[in-house]
Ligand binder design. Structure first.
Ligand SMILES: Nc1ncnc2c1ncn2[C@@H]1O[C@H](COP(=O)(O)OP(=O)(O)OP(=O)(O)O)[C@@H](O)[C@H]1O
Ligand SMILES: [Mg+2]
Length: 421
């Protein structure tokens, strides 16, 4: 995962047309390491396909340097580029680009024909590639006998058959519905994880980009953001969350979207280390509060340290959550954090209060001892109300600071590998 597979330095691409020069790429600095799963997003005409053509050695930059696997691509002639392309890159297109009256097996064999691989080996490698994409039982079907998703899987097998370290996909799911898109994505994620294949994929769809571990946004030929997603969506999990295809009928994809949206709202489980971070920050905050009360205010206080602790643990919780998930905590996650942490704190501080080791608990305990049973009930009610208020305040504070402290979009730095954490 260490060495950069792709390095672009100040890459620019100009197209000459009747109306003048179109600057399709401007000062693009980019580094992509072996094993990354990168989504390229941006509005139409922002330069995504231009970039893919350059990355795929189909075209050369007008200015700047493109290094692929240590080779300076721009400095090589078209034959040398064709060899690099053949050895290092598999292509997947939106329109599948399969030969129509040709079987899946023959389509997948094609890149091996260009390579001069013998018939028997070709057949064996192509059969293996088709099995790897789950089409072992469709090898003799022609494209018109296959569904869109199956055709795209044939195209993926064709891209894989030469065993390239990198796959380039320009809108691979653009012609597919939600379920089929997720199936293709799950396959790509699996190839990325299991075989360490680097994947660079152009997409217009938010759900697809959410499955990548890094999202690069283009605008007017420039990289405007480059964000690492520490916890990308798992397409296989999303797929399971969809209703069965027969239930959705023809509108399967539309029916599926609310389920996807709901999953995204849930945002995934909260790691225990987030609560530990909050507790450490809380203890630090209490210490700071004690110092502040005695040194600045000059009076001992229990409320000031409590306030400091509350503020710090909440801010750190929001910050850590943002860092962990690569986006602010979802509203559902904020609710869970606020409730769970408040309960945990009550479970720790409650017994400490009861045995009188918490500062300020002695006089309160004495007063509790004087209460009638009705008074104790009222005190318990007030405590429960207090806990609910603290949880609510915590939720509101996390909501307030989350967008400020979470890494929403890290602007890419020229020369560096973008917003890598
Ligand atoms: N061969 C060409 N000749 C002239 N201009 C071109 C050529 N190819 C692309 N362009 C221009 O370069 C710019 C970037 O095009 P590109 O195809 O890279 O956009 P894109 O981000 O892939 O868009 P889309 O999302 O619509 O596919 C556009 O303004 C386009 O008109
Ligand atoms: Mg395009």
């Amino acid at each position: 995962m260490e060495s950069a597979l792709i390095t672009l330095r100040r890459v620019e691409k100009d197209y000459e047309s009747g109306a003048g020069t179109v600057r399709a790429l401007r000062e693009v600095d980019l580094e992509i390491k072996q094993g990354e799963f990168v989504a390229i997003v941006g509005t139409s005409g922002s330069g995504k396909s231009t970039l893919m053509n350059i990355l795929g050695c189909l075209d050369r930059p007008t200015r700047g340097v493109y290094e692929l696997g240590g080779f300076d691509v721009g400095a090589r002639g078209s034959d040398a580029r064709a060899i690099l392309r053949n050895r290092l890159i598999g292509f997947i297109f939106q329109g599948f680009n399969l030969l129509p009256r040709t079987t899946a097996l023959e389509n997948v064999e094609l890149p091996l024909v260009y390579r001069g691989v013998g018939t028997r080996e070709r057949r064996q490698w192509a059969t293996e590639a088709l099995a790897a994409v789950g089409l072992g039982d469709r090898v003799h079907h022609t494209p018109n006998q296959l569904s869109g998703g199956q055709q795209q899987r044939v195209a993926i097998a064709r891209a894989l058959v030469t065993r390239p370290p990198m796959l380039l996909a320009d809108e691979p799911t653009g012609n597919l519905d939600t379920r089929t898109s997720l199936e293709v994505l799950a396959l790509l994620q699996n190839l990325n994880r299991e075989r360490g294949i680097t994947i660079i994929l152009v997409t217009h769809e938010h759900d697809i980009a959410a499955c990548a571990s890094r999202v690069i946004t283009f605008r007017d030929g420039r990289i405007v953001t480059d964000v690492v997603q520490t916890v990308p969506l798992d397409a296989a999990v999303e797929l399971k969350a969809l209703p069965p295809p027969d239930q959705g009928g023809a509108q399967g994809s539309e029916d599926a979207d609310p389920a996807l949206a709901a999953r995204r709202r849930l945002g995934g489980p909260i790691p225990a280390v987030l609560y530990v971070t909050m507790a450490v920050a809380g203890i630090g905050g209490v210490g700071l509060g004690v110092a502040y009360a005695s040194l600045v205010l000059g009076v001992p206080s229990t409320w000031v340290p409590a306030g400091f602790g509350f503020a710090l643990e909440t801010v750190f919780g929001a910050w850590f959550g943002g860092k962990r998930f690569g986006r602010p905590l979802t509203s559902d996650q904020r609710t869970r954090v606020a409730l769970t942490y408040t309960l945990l704190a009550a479970c720790v501080l409650g017994p400490m209060f009861a045995v009188g080791v918490l500062p300020g608990s002695k006089p309160l305990l004495n007063r509790l001892a004087e209460l009638s049973s009705g008074g104790v009930l009222a005190a318990l009610g007030v405590t429960a109300f207090g806990l609910a208020a603290v949880a609510l305040a915590r939720y509101l504070l996390i909501s307030l600071v989350s967008p400020l402290v979470a890494p929403v979009a890290v602007p890419s730095k020229p020369g560096a590998a973008g917003g890598h954490a």
